[in-house]
Design a protein around this ligand. Structure first.
Ligand code: GLU
Length: 348
């Protein structure tokens, strides 16, 4: 728990360390600094960020997957979920969109659960590549090794490592773990799946190459197709908030109460989110927020403050690095207001 002394000067220092914004009242900021997050404090922080950024018109929808360009750029939704199951949602939190790269987090979790840490470390790697997410150079550099589950080569290999005697069985497991994290049965957005399947020649090449380097033993065409399908799973901002909160809560979905993965796998998932969650801006993001996070080109973003909250946002326009512009700003403000940065923790 973050503690601050009650003298006015120390309190002011504590609040400044948290980067509290003027949008949150001093009374709520004081609660946050004391580690007592009331529902009112959470709702106020979420609302303040929504109001501040809803009019922000920066960035552009991804269009290399044609269906993504057609999603209204004005959509903006935020959902914060606590380990106690409190949901604070505002804006467009019901419309669904394709989860895209955020799915990589949950398929990684599935492989950890089925096959353990060493499988991911040995077959995929857990290092940032320093290259773009769909780099073939990165594969060549280390002959398919020393990647991570969040760049496309590592993600396709991760999907290719899910156990199953048929593609259908593997798919059912992938969809089931996403649904368990979200706390409701999810489905694929067929339009996005077709659009990406028609245009994913590069990912197919990457899948073949990772197979050639023996990073997984299943059929590479099947693995790439299942990967494409997982990226097309339709979620809304509330689903993402719940999925993030399940990670914040030791792998137990705080809304349904279901233990989705073992708590011992959570630190590894969060570590890769911290080092490789926001493409080439992962370091910049971590520097400013301290939060493990993952974005997707569909405009979704999740962030996790372990033990405190998970947040999901949806806003399609992306910056040059491929991350949702409004999502990043909103989460940064909310986390600052609620003392979410784990690196600010002091001894009790
Ligand atoms: N399905 C997308 C691709 O493979 C995911 C990209 C992303 O969200 O980073 O290109």
């Amino acid at each position: 728990m973050l503690q601050v002394n009650t003298s006015r000067r120390d309190l002011a220092r504590g609040l400044a360390a948290l980067g509290l914004t003027a949008a949150v009242s001093p009374a709520l900021a004081r609660e946050a600094a004391a580690g007592n997050l009331s529902p009112a404090a959470i709702d106020a922080a979420v609302k303040a960020a929504y109001e501040k950024y809803r009019g922000l018109n920066e960035g552009k929808n991804a269009d290399y997957i044609p269906a993504l360009a057609k999603v209204p750029s004005t959509y903006f939704g935020i959902a914060l979920v606590t380990p106690q199951g409190k949901v604070s949602a505002i804006g467009d939190t019901e419309p669904t969109f394709s989860i895209q790269s955020i799915s990589k987090v949950f398929t990684m979790a599935l492989v950890l659960q089925e096959s353990g840490e060493q499988k991911i470390v040995d077959s995929v790697g857990v290092d940032a590549t320093g290259q773009v997410f769909n780099s073939i150079v990165a594969v060549e550099q280390h002959k398919g090794k020393e990647m991570n589950p969040f760049v496309n080569p590592g993600a396709i290999a991760t999907t290719g490592n899910v156990k199953g005697s048929s593609p259908d069985e593997v798919w059912r497991k992938i969809l089931a773990i996403h649904s368990d994290f979200a706390g409701r049965p999810l489905e694929v957005n067929q339009e996005v799946y077709k659009s990406e399947s028609d245009t994913n020649q590069r990912n197919r090449a990457i899948g073949m190459l990772m197979s050639a380097y023996e990073r997984f033993s299943s059929d590479p065409a099947v693995a790439t197709d299942l990967y494409t399908r997982q990226c097309s799973i339709a979620v809304n901002a509330k689903d993402l908030g719940t999925m993030a909160a399940t990670l914040a809560n030791g792998g137990k979905n705080p809304v349904t109460g279901k233990q989705v993965i073992d708590p011992r796998h959570i630190p590894g998932v969060l570590a890769v989110m911290a080092t490789a969650g926001l493409y080439d801006d992962s370091g910049v993001w971590l520097f400013h927020t301290g939060l493990p996070a993952k974005s997707g080109v569909g405009g979704g973003l999740i962030a996790v403050s372990p033990g405190k909250f998970g947040i999901g946002t949806f806003s399609p326009p992306l910056d040059a690095a491929g991350n949702s512009v409004r999502g990043q700003r909103a989460i940064t403000d909310i986390s600052n207001a609620l003392g979410g940065n784990p690196y600010t923790e002091l001894p009790a």
